[in-house]
Each structure stands twice: as structure tokens, then as C-alpha cells.
Design a protein around this ligand. Structure first.
Ligand code: ZN
Ligand code: ZN
Length: 449
């Protein structure tokens, strides 16, 4: 089992590398989410946590796989951006709406480094991984890291209770039906929650998981059961379920899934939702026009309840509406477009929530190597803040909108072609009967971020 998975991992790695060569992948974004034969690949250039190595960009949610380890940590890579900030943080009080915008930054070298990395890009909120997101076990949170985390919080004035949103491990599937694997998932999950509480962090975001071929109802019940247990083992941190873009075995692409989990959570004060804009759009929830945005928010309210909405992941989408593909695009360059983000920025009820960019920042350096350009996040934060109170009919807005759409045109066209081709293929397949009902986790549970 392990050997076979390693082989698969190696194959997927080759594909991931190929994708990079084509300039197709971006940081923390899956390449393909639907086709079983094309195993999803994640490209994550930096090792998070205290790792001295990088882990291959492949993960299973299922615990059966040991990721291949590649020792290629660049000696020169710095864990902390302690140079001149790329942008100054905007005083949230100066904004017409108190929007706390930031990005998923690196906590490599210790969680305390994430604070400086966030400040460096002018973020007023941020996400991070609390430990290596690709390993089942990590060393406990170091006292030193904890002390420094609190000191850095003080120095930079972030409210850990409200504006830091750690992201759960990609390995964890709380819907896991297998008892031993469910325990492994739970242990990892509750360990993260305990880290949150040690650091004074109030919110924690995770992917609901995969049914593994069981019914959606039973999967939601297992997730709720795990949450109940984890809530009892901890005392304050609020667990936020992220909406997903997929269909099939993935839990959470419909608001109804989120509702069904929350319904079975005993302590409702400990559960909420984080909406990823790219996932919502790809799952068929439109956000582009004020009317569509209002409709989606109203649907969320009637199905789940607005009081559960606690955070956002702000990503544009390289894939078209309802395509069930998870391809994050830079703000304004994707199929969502700048207007969708204008809608969000000007929706007063969303004030005070952490809003986290997971947009691609990888660029090809002059030597052909991929480098991260964090200026992209610094600029996107300022762009989003500038949308607050902006008139969409103004020349300023229209020019920016056109400029960003032009920038993403080729990429959108490319993905649109892929989606159209797949739809054509599926339509042909449909006449020959549907493919096998029982899909494995591996085939279906491959969303990212
Ligand atoms: Zn996520
Ligand atoms: Zn995603």
C-alpha cells in the first residue's frame, strides 16, 4: 500500500514538475481536481514549520501515504522578511468598512515568523500553517516559538483572537470512516486546536473532507462527531469549515453540507464557516454582480445562517463558473473579476472578519527558477482596500477592471478550453453509461487551499 502510493506520488510529482514547466501551476493551488488519472498536484515552494526539507507536492487525505521527501531546502532562503516592508499596513479605522485583509503567509522556521511576514506585505489579517501540513506528526510547539509569537503579536498589534486564521493540514479528513485513520486525523486536528489556544488564536479553518464513498449524510455526521470531541478537548478556538469547489465525494461544496455538519455540532459557538470565493464560484455560487452576490449571501443565510460566516479566502478563479475546478487566480484576473471583490469589500456585514489571499505569487526569475514575489500580495491587499467605497462606474474602477481582465485573458481562455473539452468528453461518456459509482478518496478528494 505504502509502496504503491509512493509510486503514485512519484508519478504525480513528475506531472507537477511538468505543470511547472508549462507555467501552469501556482503556489498552493491544485492543478486538476476532477480527472482521476491526473492525480492532483500541489506546488508549495516553501517548507512550513521547522522542517529542514521540502516535501513533494503531493498529499493524500487518508493517512495511507508517506510523501516522498526531497532534500532541497535552499540554504539562502530566509524564513522572515525583515527588510523594508513592501507596503505599510493600512489603518483599518481609516477605511469606510473595517475590512481586515491579508494573505496566507509562511511560518517556516517557527510560527512567530508568520507575524513579521504578514506585516511585511501590509496585511491586517493572515493565515499560516501551525506545523508541517504534509506530515502526520510534528514536534510540539516550542516554548521559544510561543514566547516569540506573543512578543511579535504585541509588537505588530495583531489581534490573534480575530485576525489570525490558521489553515488545517491537508492530510486530515475528519469524515474518515476507518477507525484507525479517523483517530490519526483527529489527533492531528486536535493538536492544531491546542496550538491555537497556546498561541491565543481564536479561529481555525479546515477542509471538511471526503465521504470516501460512503453517504454524504454519514460523512457529515462523522465530521460533527469529531468536532464535538475536539471542542470538548479544547476550550475556546472556533473551528471554521471551508466550502469546497468539487462535487462527488468531497464534503462541503454545497451550503447544505455545511448546514448538515453544523446541525450536529453540540456547541454551536465553536463552529463557523470560511468562504473561499474561488471555491464558491467554481461550485456554482455566483458573486459577480451585486444581484448575484446578494442572492448567494441570501442563500447562505437561509441554508446555513449568516451568523456562522466568520472568514473569507479571497481568490479569483482561473476556471469558469460552476466548473468544479480549484484554480486560484490573482484578484481581478479571473472569471470572478474585480466586481465580485467590489461586492465583498462593500458588504458591511463582513467587517472585522479575517480575509485571506491565497493567490499565486510564483514568478519565473531571470535564471528560470521559480521565485515568490510577495509584492503581488502587498499590491492585492491595497487594491482590495481601494475598492471600499469606490464607484464601479468611475473611470478608475473601469480602467483597473479592464487592465486586470486583460492580464488574465490567456489563462482564462486556456482553462475554458480544458473545461469545454472535458464537458464534451463527459457528454460522450454519458451515452455509454456513467463511470463506476464507488470512487476512492484518492480519485475524488483533491481540493486544495
Ligand atoms: Zn483551504
Ligand atoms: Zn482552493
Amino acid at each position: 500500500m505504502v509502496r504503491q502510493s509512493s509510486r503514485k506520488a512519484a508519478q504525480a510529482k513528475t506531472k507537477a514538475t511538468a505543470a511547472v514547466a508549462q507555467g501552469e501551476s501556482e503556489s498552493k493551488v491544485e492543478v486538476d481536481t476532477k480527472t482521476p488519472k491526473r492525480k492532483a498536484a500541489r506546488i508549495e515552494p516553501e517548507a512550513d514549520g521547522e522542517d529542514a526539507e521540502n516535501i513533494d507536492p503531493v498529499e493524500e487525505n487518508d493517512g495511507g501515504t508517506k510523501p516522498a521527501v526531497k532534500k532541497r531546502k535552499a540554504a539562502s532562503k530566509k524564513d522572515v522578511d525583515d527588510t523594508m516592508p513592501l507596503a505599510a499596513r493600512t489603518a483599518v479605522t481609516s477605511l469606510k468598512h473595517a475590512m481586515h485583509i491579508g494573505a496566507h503567509v509562511s511560518g517556516a522556521g517557527g510560527v512567530q515568523n508568520a507575524i513579521q511576514n504578514a506585516a511585511h506585505i501590509g496585511a491586517n489579517a493572515f493565515a499560516l500553517f501551525l506545523k508541517s501540513q504534509r506530515k502526520w506528526t510534528s514536534p510540539p510547539l516550542a516554548d521559544e516559538a510561543k514566547t516569540q509569537f506573543h512578543a511579535m503579536l504585541e509588537q505588530h498589534g495583531y489581534d490573534a483572537r480575530k485576525h489570525i486564521l490558521p489553515h488545517g493540514s491537508y492530510l486530515v479528513n475528519l469524515a474518515q470512516a476507518d477507525a484507525a485513520k479517523a483517530t490519526q486525523a483527529y489527533d492531528n486536528f486536535v493538536d492544531d486546536l491546542q496550538r491555537c489556544e497556546a498561541l491565543g488564536i481564536g479561529l481555525y479553518n479546515f477542509h471538511p473532507g471526503s465521504t470516501g464513498g460512503t453517504t454524504m449524510d454519514s460523512a457529515c455526521a462523522r465530521i460533527a462527531e469529531q468536532l464535538n470531541k475536539a471542542h470538548k478537548a479544547t476550550s475556546t478556538v472556533v473551528t471554521l469549515i471551508e466550502n469546497m469547489c468539487g462535487s462527488g465525494n468531497v464534503v462541503g461544496s454545497r451550503f447544505e453540507d455545511l448546514r448538515d455538519i453544523i446541525a450536529l455540532v453540540e456547541d454551536k459557538s465553536r463552529v463557523g464557516v470560511c468562504i473561499d470565493t474561488c471555491h464558491a464560484f467554481a461550485a456554482g455560487y455566483d458573486l459577480r454582480t451585486p444581484e448575484a452576490f446578494a442572492k448567494t449571501m441570501a442563500e447562505f443565510d437561509s441554508v446555513v445562517g449568516l451568523k456562522y460566516l466568520r472568514a473569507f479566502h479571497l481568490n479569483d478563479s482561473k476556471a469558469p463558473f460552476n466548473s468544479h475546478r480549484d484554480l486560484h487566480a490573482n484578484i481581478g484576473t479571473g472569471f470572478l473579476g474585480l466586481r465580485a471583490f467590489h461586492n465583498i469589500m462593500n458588504h458591511a456585514p463582513l467587517q472585522g472578519m479575517p480575509m485571506v489571499l491565497e493567490t499565486p505569487i510564483d514568478e519565473k526569475g531571470p535564471d528560470g527558477k521559480t521565485v515568490e514575489n510577495k509584492q503581488i500580495w502587498a499590491d492585492e491587499i491595497k487594491l482590495l482596500e481601494s475598492l471600499i467605497g469606490m464607484d464601479v462606474e468611475s473611470a478608475e474602477f473601469r480602467e483597473k477592471e479592464a487592465e486586470l481582465q486583460a492580464k488574465g485573458a490567456a489563462e482564462r481562455q486556456k482553462i475554458q478550453l480544458q473545461v469545454d473539452k472535458k464537458a464534451e468528453k463527459d457528454a460522450k461518456k454519458g451515452t455509454k453509461g456513467k463511470k463506476g459509482k464507488k470512487k476512492t478518496d484518492e480519485d475524488s478528494y483533491d481540493e486544495s487551499d
